[in-house]
Design a protein around this ligand. Structure first.
Ligand code: 6PG
Length: 226
């Protein structure tokens, strides 16, 4: 299965954030009308932060949201470098979303134990309605890095020697990420240009291994396109 990749070009990161928010709220509305619940996987890193800040100002049927995370850094809870902390600061602490609607990766338990525990959290609720992802300058996505091998059947994997600090992480695997009704990949900034060029040249980067039955929508700004 090779999923269609749809590229959507925007002038800058602000426009990418606006479009991200529009699509997230639209996906939520549809899922809640059809199934009464919206299960969304959030991305870490810095690129989605602006969109999270805007979601904090947005209206939606928040009690119907269930929030998951694509990857996490094995740091103590509340550590400033945790993806969960960034999302709490940018959005959740300013929202009416209850703690029991948020399913963080228990990365404080260590990569192995945390991955096992999170697999048992997501396995019963698949598929997701929407998966948000970023991409690194080496073409990694979530914490799925070039040259790393993971058992295909594992939904969540421990990562021990990540080239992007911290080295120890936990990541949803391709097998989990692809079980989604929608997938949005956010790419901004000149630093991503080379990885985009290599991906479009069909190099076997992790980002190129992403699959989604409905296709993958890439929201990319001018700087990253070059
Ligand atoms: C992480 C992320 C990672 C991120 C990319 C892009 O924990 O670091 O989940 O996959 O999405 O590295 O990071 P930026 O958005 O900061 O460029």
């Amino acid at each position: 299965m090779t999923s269609p990749v749809r590229w959507h070009h925007f002038p800058d990161a602000a426009a990418v954030a606006d479009e991200t928010v529009r699509r997230v709220l639209a996906a939520a509305k549809l899922a809640i009308v059809q199934r009464g619940v919206f299960r969304v996987v959030l991305a870490g890193g810095s690129t989605p932060e602006r969109a999270y800040r805007q979601l904090a100002e947005s209206d939606a049927e928040w009690p119907c949201w269930q929030i998951y995370l694509g990857d996490e850094r094995c740091l103590p809870p509340g550590d400033a470098a945790r993806n969960s902390r960034m999302i709490e600061q940018a959005w959740l602490r300013r929202s009416s979303i209850r703690d029991d609607q948020v399913h963080w990766i228990p990365a404080e338990r260590g990569a192995e134990q945390g991955a096992r525990d999170y697999e048992s959290v997501i396995a019963p609720i698949l598929p997701f309605d929407l998966v948000l992802l970023g991409m690194g300058e080496d073409g990694h996505t979530a914490s799925l890095f070039p040259g790393h091998r993971h058992p295909q059947t594992a939904l969540v994997v421990p990562v021990s020697d990540a080239p992007k600090p911290p080295a120890n992480r936990i990541s949803m695997n391709f097998s989990a990420l692809q079980q989604s009704r929608e997938m949005l990949l956010l790419i901004t900034g000149a630093g991503k240009r080379e990885a985009v060029r290599r991906w479009r040249k069909d190099e076997a980067l992790p980002v190129a291994s992403l699959e989604c039955p409905a296709g993958i929508d890439v929201l990319i700004d001018h700087d990253a396109t070059g």
